[in-house]
Design a protein around this ligand. Structure first.
Ligand SMILES: [Zn+2]
Length: 314
């Protein structure tokens, strides 16, 4: 009797919250936007752990020992898709076979778009060493485009799916997961409507991106890109290819060229510095944003702001 009492009193004496976090499911997640959605559902109860470095490209990755351990200890693994992370299949089998799995793009309710061929074709200007891969990573022209988190409608469906799964695993907190998800869905919908009207105010900008990751955002908000320029970040493009890219940008009245944080800014400047385009940086992953429930909203807001900035320049 005395023992039980001591155990019950412990958290109160130390000022811990009422919920014992030790009982919460250990959740491992892949990229910052998914971390954000799971954080919204867990709310005050706790937070998930990333099993990848925040700044890393999910297309190719090698787990560090601490990240392998995160997967090993996880009771629930939430990730975007096997197409986005072909390297993950092995670690999921060897490290997380006893955990529950939630692959978001594989859910029935997820809206999946097929890859499109958006790469700007500059016939005959490819450098010899880059002819095999315009991309530095694993994008295919066929099959499902895995960048589905950039459609807030998918995010809302996923909030429900995450809450459902956590509620089953941790029924004591089911009500909290459900009400957190309901609130988060309302917030994301409100954000979507705000961005829709923000982007509808101005004529759609003519822009190109570095990596064709934005199809879901482009379709949802009706802001199509003019293509993807994949320079690859390891090799410098040849003078002939630079010339062809510059010509393409001039001939197609491209207003903005959007790079991504991991690309070499100096090289972008070299290639497009002489053209009348505005150069910006957009980021599909939120690699430089503070992790947490608000990251997802911030990510979408920054994309919309960049496009708005671009259309101001026309
Ligand atoms: Zn990608």
């Amino acid at each position: 009797m005395k023992k039980t009492l001591t155990r019950i009193m412990w958290p109160f004496l130390l000022g811990f919250p009422l919920v014992a976090t030790a009982d919460l499911p250990k959740v491992a997640v892949d990229i910052p936007p998914v971390h954000s959605l799971v954080s919204k559902v867990m709310g005050e109860l706790g937070e998930p752990k990333l099993f990848m470095q925040q700044g890393a490209s999910p297309h190719g990755y090698t787990l560090r020992p601490s990240e392998a351990q995160t997967l090993d200890e996880a009771e629930l693994v939430v990730w975007v898709s096997n197409d986005l992370m072909p390297w993950l299949a092995g670690p999921l089998t060897t490290l997380a076979s006893d955990a529950e799995h939630l692959q978001l793009m594989a859910l029935d309710e997820t809206q999946v778009l097929n890859y499109r061929d958006q790469s700007i074709d500059l016939m005959g200007t490819h450098d010899d060493h880059s002819h095999n891969h315009a991309h530095d990573h694993d994008h295919h022209d066929e099959g499902a485009d895995p960048h589905g988190w950039l459609d807030p409608q998918n995010a809302r469906l996923w909030l429900d799916a995450i809450a459902r799964r956590l509620s089953v695993m941790d029924s004591e907190n089911a009500e909290t997961y459900q009400s957190n998800a309901t609130q988060a869905k309302a917030d994301v919908l409100e954000l979507q409507m705000t961005l829709e009207s923000q982007l509808a105010e101005q004529p759609a900008p003519r822009f190109v991106v570095f990596h064709d990751a934005y199809q879901y955002f482009e379709q949802r908000f009706n802001v199509p890109s003019e293509g993807a320029i994949s320079l690859g970040d390891a090799s410098d493009p040849s003078p002939a290819r630079i010339e062809a890219l510059q010509q393409h940008v001039r001939e197609n009245d491209i207003q903005c060229v959007f790079s991504e944080p991991q690309f070499n800014a100096g090289m972008v400047e070299n290639v497009f510095g002489d053209t009348p385009t505005v150069m910006g940086v957009i980021d599909p992953l939120g690699v430089e944003l503070p992790l947490g429930p608000m990251l997802y909203d911030q990510l979408l807001r920054l994309l919309a702001d960049a496009l708005k900035e671009c259309s101001v320049h026309q």
